[in-house]
Design a protein around this ligand. Sequence first.
Ligand SMILES: Cc1cc2nc3c(=O)[nH]c(=O)nc-3n(C[C@H](O)[C@H](O)[C@H](O)COP(=O)(O)OP(=O)(O)OC[C@H]3O[C@@H](n4cnc5c(N)ncnc54)[C@H](O)[C@@H]3O)c2cc1C
Length: 393
Amino acid sequence: MTLVSASREVAIIGAGPAGATLAYELLQGGLKPLILDKAVFPRIKVCAGGLTIKALKFLPPDLGPVLENEINRVQLSFNLGRTFTKTSHQPLLYTVERQRFDAILMDRVRQAGGEFGEGERLEAITPGPGDLSTLATSRRLITVRVIVGADGARSRVARSAGLQPVDFWHLGLQMEVPRNLMGKSASEFTRTIYLDMGTMAHGYAWVFPRGEVLLIGVGGPVHQGPQLKRYHARLLSHLGLGEQSFPLAAHLIPHRVTPRPIMRGGVLLVGDAAGLADFWTGEGIFSALHSARLAARQILRFFRGEAGALTDYQARVDREIAPELKASYQFSRLFAGIGSLAFRCLERYDYPWEVFCRVMRGDRSFEEIKKRFRPDILFRKLLVKSARNRPIA
Ligand SMILES: Cc1cc2nc3c(=O)[nH]c(=O)nc-3n(C[C@H](O)[C@H](O)[C@H](O)COP(=O)(O)OP(=O)(O)OC[C@H]3O[C@@H](n4cnc5c(N)ncnc54)[C@H](O)[C@@H]3O)c2cc1C
C-alpha cells in the first residue's frame, strides 16, 4: 500500500445511487467531498433496475438515454398458478441497466468537479486525531471530519463505526435471460412486469424486461436460501425456461424497520448501508436517493456552523423515511398472513390496484393508507377469514 496522507472535510464511501446523489448535492452546496468506490466504473450491480416514478422525482431530468422499458402493466400470479393482469393509464416505473445508470450519476459528479477515487477500497476507520477520523484505504490514509457510508448492504463503514442498522436480511437471486429464448410470449414483457406471490411467506418472484433481456429473480428471507433457489428453478420452469442455464447472481437486501442507530459521531449511513430497502417491494433506490438528500442537507448545515445538524440526520430519516418502510413491512406481513385472500382481493377489486399505482408514482404512501385502514386490525380480522379460505391450487 502506498501511504499518502490527505485531509478532507467529507468522505463518501460507495458511489452507488446514494453516494453519487449525496456527492452531487454537496458539490452544489459548495463542499468538495471525496468519493471512493472499491469498483472501477462502470461496474456491475445485481438489481432488477426498476426505477419507480417516485424515485425519478429525485433524479436529473436528462436520464432519457438510460431509461429502457416504460412499465404500466403488472401481471400477478399466486403460487405460480392463477394469474391476472392490471393496467395503469400512466407509467409506474422504468427499467434501467444499473451499470449505465450508476455510471451516468457519477459522470454528473465528475462534471460538477467531484474527486472520485475509483478502485479504492475502504479498509478501516479509526477515531482521531482530535474530532477527526482516519480512513485507511487500499491506497492511502485520509483524515476527515465527516464520513458517509454509502457502501451498500454489507457496509464496512457501519461495521467500523459499530453500527448495526439492519433488522431483517433478504436475499435476492437473479438471472439475466435473453428475451428471444421465451419465443412469442416474450412480447408480453415489454411494458409489463410479472410478480408472483404466495409461494413462500415473505418471498416473491419477478420478471422485469430491460431491452433485449429479462431479469428473472426471487427474493426472500436470507435464512431460506435453499428454498429460494428451488423457487427460482420452479419460476424458470413456469416460464418455459427450465432447460436454460445462466449464471444466478445473489445479493443481500437490508431492511431496517425499527429506529436502530444510523449515525455515530461524524459517521452517517445512507441507502442500503442504513438498511433502507423496502421490505415488501424490495425497492431500495428510492430510499437511497431520499436519504442521500437528507444527509446532504444536514452535512451542509453542519459545515455552515449549525450545532446538532449531523445528529438531526437520524431524526429526519426516522420522520421522513422510516414510517413508510415500517408501514410497508406491516402490509407485507398482512399479505403474507392472508395469502390467497389478498390475491383474490387484488384480482377482483380495482381499488387496491389504484392505490398501488399511486404509491409507485409517489402520489400516495403506505403510511397514509395504514393510518386509514390500520393493518394490525385488518390483519387479525382477515386471518380469521383466511383460516376458512382454501389456498388456490
Ligand atoms: C436482486 C435485487 C434486485 C433489486 N431490484 C431493485 C429494483 O428493481 N428497484 C430498486 O429500487 N431497488 C432494487 N434493489 C435494491 C437496490 O439495488 C439497492 O437498494 C440500491 O442499489 C442501494 O443503493 P446504494 O447506493 O445504497 O448502494 P449500492 O448501489 O449497493 O452501492 C454501494 C457501492 O459501495 C461500494 N463499496 C462497497 N464496499 C466498499 C468499500 N469497502 N470501499 C469502497 N467502496 C465500497 C460498492 O462497490 C458499490 O458501488 C434490488 C436488489 C437486489 C439484490
